[in-house]
Write a protein of this length. Structure first.
Length: 264
């Protein structure tokens, strides 16, 4: 399939969005149906806190249009532990929970680590070896949301690349940004929207996000990003996932819609 740029938000149920995103005639029961036709992806965060049933994943699949994708945040019980190498049972429980009911609408699985979790080369390598490349005939892609500055090192980048797993590039005041590419897709989470801006960001910022997405999608590396290593030469086109998360959350849908319009 051709590489694509997906732009979205985290979840679809947030009370302030009833005033800033959803029309009055859209009931709560049809929020996902509406949101999935305004955006091109939604990151599911509820899977981080508790398991969902296979029927729930199937319901989400059927409520959304063709080409829409759901990245899933993996269970916290797999990532929030002292010894990651011991997470095999939790990883498998999450993989077996019914996520493949999403079929082609399953986006990358995001493994979020605590801000206090330091890079331990041996333990982290053992954890990455636990993550399967497919399940029930559905390919699986993995994005690593590492949040400690110790991961900003060549050894971590080499390890992630050896497994073909992306490093989440987080635009945040709280976590160290690592823009180095470690997979054949890009995953970025933008956490700096502002409540006093109708679209959450300035027009210049939104244009910068759209422009960076296009460069990534074409196989290149946008200039001016925080890199651990020098950027490599341009490669093959790649999928790009852009999410407006946290920050002034009430503005996230407007920011995502603005970037989608710029890309169009």
């Amino acid at each position: 399939m051709d590489s694509r740029i997906f732009v979205g938000i985290g979840g679809w149920s947030f009370e302030p969005w009833r005033q800033t995103f959803y029309p009055p005639n859209v009931p709560a029961s049809r929020e996902l149906e509406y949101a999935s036709r305004q955006l091109t992806a939604i990151e599911i965060n509820s899977t981080y806190y508790s398991s969902q049933k296979p029927a729930t994943f199937a319901k989400w699949r059927d409520a959304t249009p063709e080409g829409f994708v759901f990245p899933l945040k993996a269970s916290r019980f797999a990532t929030n532990r002292r010894v990651l190498a011991e997470a095999g049972e939790s990883v498998q429980r999450f993989i077996d929970s019914g996520i493949t009911e999403l079929g082609p609408k399953l986006g990358p699985i995001v493994w979020q680590f605590a801000p206090t979790k330091r890079f331990d080369p041996q333990d982290f390598a053992a954890f990455l070896a636990l993550l399967p490349r497919s399940h029930a005939g559905v390919p699986l892609r993995h994005a690593l949301d590492v949040r400690h500055a110790s991961f900003a090192c060549p050894e971590y980048l080499a390890l992630a690349r050896s497994h073909g797993m992306a490093t989440v590039f987080t635009e945040s005041d709280d976590y160290p940004p690592i823009a180095d590419l470690t997979a054949d897709f890009v995953y970025t989470r933008i956490m700096r929207t502002q409540s006093d801006l109708p679209q959450g960001c300035t027009p210049e910022q939104l244009a910068g996000v759209a422009g960076s997405a296009c460069v990534w999608n074409a196989g290149g590396m946008p200039g001016g990003l925080p890199l651990v290593e020098p950027a490599s030469a341009a490669g093959a086109p790649r999928d790009v996932f852009v999410f407006f998360i946290s920050g002034a959350k009430e503005r996230a849908p407007a920011a995502a819609r603005a970037v989608i319009e710029l890309l169009a």
